[in-house]
Design a protein around this ligand. Structure first.
Ligand SMILES: *[C@@H]1O[C@H](CO)[C@@H](O)[C@H](O)[C@H]1NC(C)=O
Length: 147
């Protein structure tokens, strides 16, 4: 309950101050989708759902956003939100409000950092992506949609 309030509070503060999510705009969301695969018909595979391949843990850390009027306690609430592009985008935004930071330590928190966060999770995001084949695949795809 308290963590839920904190999530809402940090979201409101971020909206007001506009600091942490100001550059998480449409272009960045679309790029994050592209990097993850962005298959709009993807349901769930190996615990990852929707076009952004979101895990349940990520959804919980994002504060369990749902489709309008849905109940986060409902068993399929996570899957149904993650599979719908706009709801999934809200999961990404809420997660990044909580975990957004300058992962590569270049002085700005931008879409590249958000991509690193989506790859590693917010807590270990500073690890470079070029170290693994899958990380290098994400880097290549990010180059395709960077702006
Ligand atoms: C999104 O933000 C980036 C970086 O600040 C900027 O270059 C780009 O033009 C913005 N895109 C939109 C659609 O506002």
């Amino acid at each position: 309950m308290i963590s839920k309030l904190l999530v809402i509070l940090s979201f409101v503060i971020a909206l007001i101050s506009g600091t942490r999510i100001s550059n998480l705009n449409e272009s960045c969301i679309r790029c994050l989708c592209h990097v993850a695969g962005c298959d709009l018909s993807h349901k769930c595979s190996e615990g990852y759902c929707g076009p952004f391949y979101i895990s349940r843990v990520y959804w919980v850390d994002a504060g369990k956003p749902t489709l309008p009027d849905d109940d986060p306690q409902r068993k399929e609430a996570f899957e149904d939100c993650a599979r719908e592009f706009h709801c999934a985008s809200r999961i990404i935004e809420s997660y990044l409000v909580n975990f957004g930071k300058d992962c590569n330590d270049d002085g700005v928190t931008n879409c590249f950092d958000y991509m690193m966060i989506n790859y590693h999770g917010g807590r270990a995001c500073s690890e470079p992506l070029f170290l693994t084949p899958n990380g290098r695949r994400w880097l290549t795809r990010f180059q395709q949609c960077r702006f």
